[in-house]
Write a protein that binds this ligand. Structure first.
Ligand SMILES: [Fe+2]
Length: 452
């Protein structure tokens, strides 16, 4: 009877090692875009330079697995510490949660890569050690800590990509697989009525293979009827908002959003720019006339999205409305994905690194929800107006990552749902909650409007 059990464990060990190696391969592919001369660059002022992230991903993994669970002796405590946590300051005040002291000079590339490679070898060994250990604690059980480390790596891949989006085109290397773009026109916009009903937010701990602490516990909420746009707002639609002068009209903006916009001197989305009298759009490796990408969803901050919705006489959806529109249908039953129970695939949406850019809205009709609402998952995260807060029954993952979520329950971060083109498919579970500040314009996030 021992043999099948052992075989099962061996398969799990092999599968986890393959997942780790696969995640690292994609991380390395992303870092290959950054020339060595740019590793000290920080294209977003609220983030550390690229070199930090080369060290951070292995440091986080080492600290959580080899340190916290296995108690292995560190081979480089200095790097475990200096790379342990990044920054994510309040963009209005500059205040930041705890993080290690920022060195005057970051470690050199060669020693950081040596650290990374040493940690990666240790992690491959750690899989068997953790799965066969009798360590107490929820993270040690069922290999959960590996899922945490993998999801952390995937989320950072997306963060790196939106940092790279801000790096001027001439300062980065194009990937081996050349980006392909699509410019077909958008379908005619329309809205659908979602009747009143209940929605399930979060999850029960035992019902998901892995979840972050902020996904627990499951809670059910009643959602009044509302009307939601079947497609997100496009660059073309947002252009109307810009050229009518709405960026100079305080009445469309919340006071705090107006103050931020004035301070930042913003008058259009962060990926747009002007050359002479022309409007252009900068994506990861190319720029285009804005009119060529008029059918792509516009990526803006929550502040800009709420101003647009106000101008249009509408508002943004709540987290609960997103769930109603995405995971329910006229029969009242909940589905695992907007399109039903089928595992996510390329025909369902622009996620899982399908492309290096947005696609025209409406490009994936097979991914529409059962109400007929398109691309709620994929082609850009969906901004909501719901402040990021604990669900009833929240309990922090104290032993594994203190403050992971709690630091962000500050009323200034808002729930973001769905996925972008740079989101790993594992993060498509309905309970996954992303969050960002209203005055942070860099993420790959789109929005749509609702009315009641
Ligand atoms: Fe991190």
């Amino acid at each position: 009877m021992g043999v099948p059990v052992r075989r099962g464990a061996d398969e799990k060990i092999t599968a986890l090692r393959e997942k780790l190696v696969g995640a690292w391969a994609r991380t390395d592919e992303i870092f290959a875009i950054v020339p060595n001369s740019e590793l000290g660059a920080a294209p977003i002022v609220w983030r550390h330079p690229f070199i930090f992230y080369i060290g951070h991903l292995p440091a986080f993994s080492w600290n959580q697995i080899c340190g916290a669970i296995l108690g292995w002796k560190s081979f480089n405590p200095g790097f475990d510490d200096v790379f342990c946590r990044g920054i994510d300051p309040d963009v209005d005040t500059g205040e930041c949660h705890w993080h290690p002291e920022v060195p005057d000079e970051w470690p050199q590339l060669r020693e950081t890569l040596a650290y990374r490679d040493h940690v990666r070898r240790a992690l491959l060994e750690s899989v068997e050690a953790v799965l066969c250990s009798d360590a107490a604690g929820v993270m040690a059980q069922n290999g959960r800590v590996f899922q945490m480390v993998l999801e952390h790596e995937w989320m950072h891949q997306e963060t790196l990509l939106y940092m790279l989006q801000q790096l001027p085109l001439a300062r980065k290397r194009r990937p081996k697989t050349a980006p392909r773009y699509s410019f077909q026109p958008a379908p005619v916009p329309r809205a659908v009525e979602i009747p009143a009903g209940s929605a399930r937010l979060g999850a029960k701990f035992d019902d998901v293979h892995f979840g972050w602490d902020n996904e627990f516990n499951e809670t059910r909420v009643s959602v009044p009827a509302f009307e939601i746009d079947t497609l997100p707002v496009t660059n073309g639609q947002y252009f109307e908002f810009v050229v009518c002068g709405a960026y100079d009209e305080p009445r469309f903006w919340r006071p705090e959003d107006w103050r931020w916009k004035q301070f930042e001197n913003k008058s259009y989305p962060v990926c747009w720019f002007r050359r002479g009298g022309d409007w252009l759009f900068r994506c990861m490796f190319d720029s285009f006339p804005l009119k060529h990408v008029a059918s792509w969803p516009v990526y803006v901050s929550l502040a800009e999205a709420r101003a647009y919705a106000n101008w249009a006489g509408k508002r943004l959806p709540t987290e609960a409305e997103f769930h109603r529109a995405a995971y329910y249908g006229p029969d009242g039953r909940e589905s695992a994905y907007p399109w039903g129970q089928t595992a996510p695939a390329a025909q369902h949406g622009n996620f899982d690194f399908l492309s290096w850019s947005p696609l025209p809205v409406g490009s994936r009709p097979a991914g529409a929800s059962r109400w007929g609402v398109s691309e709620l998952v994929g082609n850009g995260w969906e901004l909501t107006e719901t402040p990021f807060a604990p669900l009833p029954g929240f309990s922090p993952y104290i032993e594994s990552y203190p403050d992971y979520s709690q630091d962000f329950f500050d009323g200034k971060h808002f729930v973001v749902k769905g996925a972008s083109w740079a989101t790993d498919r594992t993060l498509l579970r309905p309970s996954f909650r992303n969050w960002y500040q209203a005055h942070y314009p860099y993420l790959f996030a789109k929005f749509r409007c609702v009315s009641q």
